[in-house]
Structures are given as structure tokens and as C-alpha cells.
Design a binder for this molecule. Sequence first.
Ligand code: GDP
Ligand code: IMO
Ligand code: MG
Length: 423
Amino acid sequence: MSNTIIVGLQWGDEGKGKIVDYLTESSDIVARAQGGSNAGHTVINDGVKYVLHLVPSGILWPTKKCVIGNGVVIDPLGLLEEIAKIRSQGVTITPDNLFISEHAHLTLPYHRKLDLAREKNRGANAIGTTGRGIGPTYADKIERQGLRVTDLRNAAKLAQEIEWRAALHNMELEAAGYDRINVAEVVVEIEAAAVELRPYIVNTVVYLNEAIAAGKKVLFEGAQGSYLDIDHGTYPFVTSSNTTAGGACTGSGVSPRKIDRVVGVAKAYTTRVGAGPFITESEEMSDMLHNMGREFGATTGRARRCGWLDAVLLHYAVMINGCDHLAITNLDGLDGLATIKICTAYRLDGKVQNHPPATIPELERCEPIYEEHEGWLQDISGMTKYADLPPKAKAYLSRLSELAGAPVSLLGVGPARDQTLVV
Ligand code: GDP
Ligand code: IMO
Ligand code: MG
């Protein structure tokens, strides 16, 4: 019995895809429960690189089932493109291994356009979204004017359902100085996509709960990270869903009582893509990692901002998510450093602060309090056993675990499937 939630503990891109891929072997079903195609999860297997946006990473295992749950926002055109791309890499995707929730909300072309228009309107306060229409789709859902996957089933009413929504959003686009969406074109595109997607649509709540009752193990693949959570993140520089563990339950219709463990994924340092406060940001770390060809976004290709491990954030995220274990990735990214810093607390207006404050001005005034660790100055990417790691690398991990308040159970020393070590 083991239904596991995998959740990011930082600002996304922690290596969740790789950890989900690793844990899929001992699961039956992999389910996404929130976010949309803003996610970019990289899995490298036998030298082939796969980037998953909406399709759960479990799809790479031929015998496993994958679910896109009710809490996800689905861009039908983007999803079909993604399916075609993954298929072209030799992966089988059929209505027998991919199940799409009838309750999930749809991202339509006007949402993408609204995302860009609203970002432009924010000017210097822009969030740096992925431009995938995520915010406007969730806004429509909460405003109770969204279109859902189940609406794709009703061919007779689909055009009408799209038309009044598009007309509404066209008013905003026009007022903001953008071209109106060509509604007729959108209708034709979505009607065609509906025909292709219909065979995949099911009640995934029933599917998941019946599977669990039959003893199947579900892995919930989190997207984004805890500090992009709409409630707990660095608001307003966040995404529009609950990225923390609770989101896995509301976004799948599986009760919290059916969850057995929560595994938090974090990098051995910190990265963030997009705007917003980042207390341990470091030019030295950004330059080093970018020069190694690392830390460029999987969805937008943007260079990620990089910095030292922030244990204040880690500890708080472990608390919110109730992490039983940690999976620490990218430890090999620190191989070349003689000195490695960990932020253990903040100083805010002369006072020591152990939790992230709520407002952006306060976050911006926080100064990191660092402790320094000696680096191991050794390539660890070829190591296959935790026991073989240099003692200084073990000491760093052990301090990280102590500060975070949870044991480390998995460790990444490289991007490939076999570069995951059991601790
Ligand atoms: P996700 O969104 O959380 O799935 O993470 P991304 O795939 O966006 O970003 C993580 C990046 O780190 C990807 O390029 C992965 O291939 C890579 N990665 C994951 N784990 C490791 C690791 O332990 N070492 C190295 N070198 N790369 C890793
Ligand atoms: P994965 O699942 C990293 C960031 C964007 C922006 C903010 C809001 O790969 O970890 P949005 O498009 O969601 O409205 O953008 O959130 N963001 C991510 N950053 N990894 C992600 O997903 C992200 N998804 C969104 O850069 O700052
Ligand atoms: Mg990513």
C-alpha cells in the first residue's frame, strides 16, 4: 500500500520528472493533479531526452497507466502536439494508458493571448509567466465561466459554448489594444481536437478510486513548486494553482486518507525562473551553472536564476507538505565549488527570521544568513552507491536534511535514470 505525492519544494524545476520516472517502476498509475503546460518535466533515459508538459512522466513506462486529473488545466491543441511529439520518440499513447478527466478545465487560444496581454499590462510588475494561458484559465474556472473537458463531448453545443466566452474575452483583448481572436477559427480547431481527444475522456475520480480500492499504487506527479503555490508562494509571483501536497487530493478526487507518503523534491541549490524575490540568488552560482550548460528552462528555454540552498524555504515547505522523505537532485552541480553556502535564516530589519515573510517588500529586505561548507571538489556523477560519495558531500546532505527536518531517501548525481541513488 503506497500512494505517494511527489511535490516540488522550491520554485519548480527541482527534478520532479526524473524522480517520478524513477519511482514509476514501483507504482501502477501516475497522475497529474494541477498546473498545465506551464510544467516542463525532463526525463533522460537511454540517452533520449523527453520533455513532458501535460502528459504524466509515467507514460515512458509501457505497462503503466497515466491520468490527467480534474485539477489540471488542459490546452487541447498543446496536448495533441505533445502527444504527437512523444509518439515520434517511440512512446505508445492510447486510450488504454492515458486517461483525461472530464472535469478538467480547458485552456483555449484566447487564454494564451490574455496571458500575454495581462503580462504586458503589468509592465515592470510582470510575473514572467510561461505564456501558456494558465492564469486566465484558472481565473475563468474560479469565476465559474470555464469550459471543461466534458464539453468537448457535445459536438452540437461546442461552437456555441466557445463563442460567447470568446466574445467576452475579445472585449478585454480589444480594450488592451490586441487583435481580437478569430472565433470561427478557434471553433474549427477545437472541434477537430475534440474528435481526437474524446476516446481518452473518463471520470478519472472513479478510475483512480477504484484502482486504489483494488490495491493499485498511485504516484501523484506535482507540477511547479511550493513557492509558486497560489496560497503559500511568493504571491503575486506565483502560478495559479495549489502546487503543494493538498493540491494532489483536490486535483484528483482522491481523499487525503488514501495518501501514504509525501516525497519532497529539491535541488541541492536553488533556482527560479520568472520574476519575484529570491533571497539566496547568486551571480557566482548562475554563471557557474550556465557555463556548464545547465539551468535553462524546459518549457520556455529561459535561463534560470540560480543561488545557494535556502534552508528557510526548505524547512517551511517540508512543514506545509508534510514530507516524509526528500529527494535531493543535482548534487553534482556543486562538484566544482571549494566553498558551498547554505542559508539557515534571514535577517529582516535587524531581527532573525526563520520563516519567509508574507509580503514582497519584506522578502526583498531579507538578508540571507549563511553558513559555509567545504566542497568535495570531485566529480560524483559516475557514482552508483551512496556509500561511495565523498565524506564532505555526505556531510552537506546530512546538514541539509537536519535543517529541512526530513530524511533524504533519494539523491540525484546526474540527469539520467541510473544517476539516482538510494540513500
Ligand atoms: P521538473 O520540472 O521538476 O521536472 O525539473 P526540470 O526537468 O524542469 O529541470 C530539472 C533539470 O535538471 C533537467 O534538466 C533534468 O534533466 C536535470 N536533472 C534532474 N536531476 C538531476 C541531477 O541529479 N543531476 C543533474 N546534473 N541534472 C539533473
Ligand atoms: P515545473 O513543473 C518553474 C513560473 C513562471 C512564472 C510563474 C507563473 O516544470 O516545475 P505561469 O505560466 O504558471 O502563470 O507562470 O511560475 N512557473 C514555473 N517555474 N517550473 C515550472 O513548472 C513552472 N511553471 C510556472 O516562470 O514565474
Ligand atoms: Mg520544469
